[in-house]
Design a protein around this ligand. Structure first.
Ligand SMILES: [Ca+2]
Ligand SMILES: [Ca+2]
Length: 297
């Protein structure tokens, strides 16, 4: 509109100025001034903002891909299935740490970090086997060494609830639902470490608990051994959580995961408001012989 007016002024005379132009503008401002008006028409800076619009797209679509090595190296048993390739790499390929961007008390995840390793808790001398042949419920145990979770110290001996449904929580009085998502402040249970949160059923091998190493550098391994999904007798799922005393890192390790299905895999903050990674939706399918190490920031 202003350009049109300026153009009319430039080509005609002052007598051509439309009658709806304020008298002050017509009388006081020289023609050049009217021609200079167009800068006001410049594209507003706000139109350049789109980078912020890209953020949700990265969180939902690009982040899992960024965790991928970019090489389709899935285990043969998984090849040919229609599960998302983005979730896992299938073999021990170190991947550049991905900053989850959740702030100083959050975690960043390293896929298949060489520093992590599968530990067979069920084969360790002195291990404890619990939750054999059960569907739901929980086993209450004690943290074997001091640990920091989401930036908050948890004392040695603090209660930990282990669920047969593929997770544990630092909230000893919380309910232990069979299914859940992270984050969720409304489900009554927060501070959840979900390694394979689904309605599972354990077999006789149950869940093995073992402490390895010397004070200051101990590892606490909680291993679900040959579990299955409640809705299928065919799955054979072997996975574990490892808490590392020296670094406060948390490893989610997966052994043989025959017929694995989408499950919640994440670390939930103390108040249930945050997740370690945007894993919740869609829920990932975890392949056999993979690992994820969560490093406190
Ligand atoms: Ca169950
Ligand atoms: Ca929760």
């Amino acid at each position: 509109m202003l350009l049109g007016l300026a153009s009319a002024c430039a080509q005609g005379t002052l007598d051509d100025v439309p009658s709806d132009v304020p008298l002050e503008a017509a009388a006081d401002a020289p023609v050049e001034a009217a021609v200079d008006v167009p800068p006001a028409v410049d594209v507003p800076p706000s139109i350049d903002v789109p980078p912020s619009i890209d953020v949700p797209t990265e969180l939902t679509d690009d982040v899992p891909r960024a965790m991928d090595s970019g090489v389709d190296v899935r285990a043969p048993e998984d090849a040919g299935s229609d599960v998302p390739v983005a979730v896992d790499v299938g073999v021990d390929v170190p991947v550049v740490p991905t900053d989850t961007g959740w702030g100083p008390t959050g975690y960043r995840v390293v896929r298949n970090d060489p520093a992590g390793r599968w530990v067979d808790a069920c084969a360790q001398p002195g291990h404890q086997t619990v939750l054999s042949d059960v569907d739901d419920g929980s086993f209450r145990t004690a943290l074997p060494f001091p640990f920091r979770y989401w930036g908050q110290p948890v004392a040695e001996g603090a209660a930990v609830l282990v669920s047969p449904n593929g997770y544990l929580t630092f909230q000893p009085s919380a309910p232990t639902p069979a299914n859940g998502i992270i984050p969720n402040r409304l489900d009554g249970v927060d501070a959840v470490i979900a390694v394979q949160w689904r309605d599972l059923r354990t077999r006789s091998a149950g869940v093995c608990l073992a402490v390895l190493g010397n004070p200051g550098a101990r590892q606490w391994v909680i291993q679900w051994s040959d579990a299955r999904y409640f809705t299928s007798i065919f799955g054979h799922l072997n996975f574990e959580v490892v808490l590392n005393e020296s670094s406060d890192a948390i490893d989610l390790n997966y052994g043989s995961m025959t017929l694995s299905e989408p499950s919640t895999v994440a670390l939930e903050s103390w108040d249930g408001s945050r997740s370690s990674v945007p894993f919740t939706i869609p829920q990932p399918i975890v392949f056999s012989n993979t690992r994820a190490r969560f490093l406190p920031q």
